[in-house]
Design a protein around this ligand. Structure first.
Ligand code: URA
Length: 219
């Protein structure tokens, strides 16, 4: 449990931001010159997206989803008729999980967090959910889903995606991570994620046009 001061959302978020930045474990897990990363976005957002962990770009900029997967996520959000700044975007992890890297070299690639790492950071995600109090949560990919549904709680993401679950009393939609589409950008895959996002739009009472309903239907 992260203890936050009384006050408005911005006051509480600022306090949370300061706590994460000062967290000795978080700091020990980022290399010199790189940043500990907390979520960003509208503190009044109805929709909160939850991803896995910062990657190379994110740990430089100190903001989630600003690299290639982030650019795709931004397009998905725009497809929903929203601006990136109108939702809240967080991650399960506050640091980029480290991989063996020669001194003076940049880390190449990413690895998923361990169970221990994930559980260390989870209270910070819970605190962000508490502050923002969104109407709907969206887990992007396996790691986010492991964090929110429980480590080892499902075998394949396909078994739990596209359905409503619950986390901390909030409706939680599970879908694929945008990087899944980056690896193989077919309309079939885009449509799978899009159908999950249409459910999110319905739940968040966003207007949905016929055009939006038909996105990615062509083969
Ligand atoms: N992938 C994630 O899951 N989170 C980020 O912040 C960037 C890429």
């Amino acid at each position: 449990m992260v203890a936050l001061p009384e006050g408005d959302k911005q006051t509480r978020w600022n306090a949370l931001h300061a706590l994460v930045q000062a967290d000795a474990v978080c700091r020990a897990n980022v290399r010199p010159g790189k940043k500990v990363v907390l979520g960003v976005g509208d503190l009044e957002a109805k929709i909160m997206f939850v991803g896995e962990a910062p990657g190379a770009e994110e740990e430089i900029q100190g903001e989630p989803f600003v690299g290639p997967a982030g650019q795709l996520l931004t397009k998905m959000i725009q497809g929903m008729g929203l601006k990136r700044t109108e939702v809240y975007i967080g991650n399960i992890m506050n640091w980029r999980p480290q991989m063996p890297t020669a001194p003076g070299r940049e880390q190449v690639g990413n690895r998923p967090p361990t169970e221990g790492e994930l559980h260390y950071c989870l209270p910070y995600l819970r605190a962000q959910i508490e502050v923002v109090n969104p109407a709907v949560l969206v887990a992007l990919g396996s790691t986010a889903t492991q964090g929110l549904l429980g480590w080892g709680s499902f075998k394949a993401l396909g078994d739990v995606r596209g359905r409503w679950h619950e986390f901390g009393g909030k409706p939680l939609m599970v879908t694929y991570h945008p990087s899944y589409i980056l690896r193989e950008p077919t309309n079939r895959k885009k449509r799978m994620i899009w159908e999950d996002l249409l459910k999110v739009m319905e739940r968040a009472a966003l207007p949905i046009s016929e055009r939006q309903r038909g996105f990615f239907l062509e083969k």
